[in-house]
Design a protein around this ligand. Sequence first.
Ligand code: ADP
Length: 506
Amino acid sequence: MSRARLLTFGAVVAATVILAVLGYVSLRQWQASAELLFREQSRDMVTMAAEKVEMALLKAEEECLSSLQASLMEPTLRPEALEEWRRKNSIFASLTLVDRQGRVLYPPGAGPPALASEIPEGLWERGGRRHLLVGDQVVLAAVIPAADGPVLAVLGRSVEAVKRDVLAKTLGGLEGPSVLAVLDAQGDLLYTSRPIEQATRVLTVAFGEALPTWRVALYQPPGVSSRGDVRRQAMLFTAAFALLLLVIALGLLATYRLLQRETEMARLKSDFVANVSHDLKTPLSLIRMFGETLELGRVPDEATRREYYSVITRESERLTRLIDNVLDFSRIEGGGQRYDIGAHPVEPLIHEVLDAFRYPLAQRAFKLDVTVAPDLPEALMDPEAIKQALANLVDNALKYSTERRRLEVSARQEGTSVVIEVADEGIGIPAAELERIFEKFYRIGRSETQRTRGSGVGLALVKHIVETHGGRVSVESWPGQGSRFSLALPIAPSPPGGEGGGEGST
Ligand code: ADP
């Protein structure tokens, strides 16, 4: 391949590789940023949910504390009033009231809570509340002004009530396929906005100070996660990209093949020109040589003179055949060749062709066998064209025979065809070449044919002629032993009156 072509191919391959790398990198980046965006959106959503839960919890606690304060403001502390308060504020499972001196005011008979000593003086002074962690339980400690001075209320939450009154109310109305869940300190599921089943956890976010040990988690059911979407899209993109690369590769291959064929064709054409020129030169120089000898009167006897004349006739016939081949071939290439097809007998045509080869056959001592089946029907053909095809086959048989010189021409009926066969015992054709010898300009691998004259269009012409007649040409060959070419032509329909068949042209 030439340098320029190699460069072009290199450029296309390089462009494809660059495209592939760019595609891969942008796909990865797109995948990463889609993933990031998805995580950010999920985090925002979960953080918002956590804030909502916490706000709802704080609000509920606030309301409870207000009503507790109202009860404590009564002049005497009545345990019944507190029982009543507890019934109404089920979010707290336990309530202990302690005064500033550490005495337990409620429930009667209970010991002081462990954390009473941890309450800083400031809280007693100013009032207020804070969440404290006892074990893994959150306890609300609030200093509430009461009738007889500030009272410390220690409130333990009821997990069930929190689930029911806070989590279910704030997280229950979530839309879309995602599931929100709340996990406890051990990571066990406390609450889910809907059944989780096979959903996978995407991320978790911690609550604030009011729920220090719990976390909110986002779950995505299988198949609907947007991460899955990203992955599916990435796969689709990759597949499309792979297809694109495949198409480019196939295109490259096809272009390469085309270029190879074109190069081969250009080579064959230049060989053709050289071969034809050489083919024309040989008979011309023979004609000239014998013509000049005759003209100079140097031929002693009549018999030799007659031989010279016949050489001139034979060579000019050969020249005509050659020029006809080339002209017909170019006419076929230009699409201008027309045949005058009619019903004609085959036998006279065979004899006419063989007559034209009488001299070279005799000169090279060819053994000739002609077998024409009796009662052979007429064939549908343009006799001139079929003569030319046959002459090409006979010419080849002569050209490609060496020691064993035998030519067998036969004609017989086979079904609805008349089959004409031309067989020789020459050099034969390798099996791999049998298909290609009918291609235009094609000549078998130089070594065997270099010494023989030829243009490589003879068999292409034979094939074209026979196929335009609605027939077919085939070949059998045994390298070193000989070849057998067959032309099958459609037989002419026998007319009712016994006259010749239909006329037609292509
Ligand atoms: P050419 O002008 O070279 O004979 P053809 O188209 O007639 O061109 O034939 C193509 C090639 O097929 C020849 O070059 C030759 O190699 C091979 N070929 C054709 N006929 C025969 C034959 N009878 N025996 C051996 N080889 C043949």
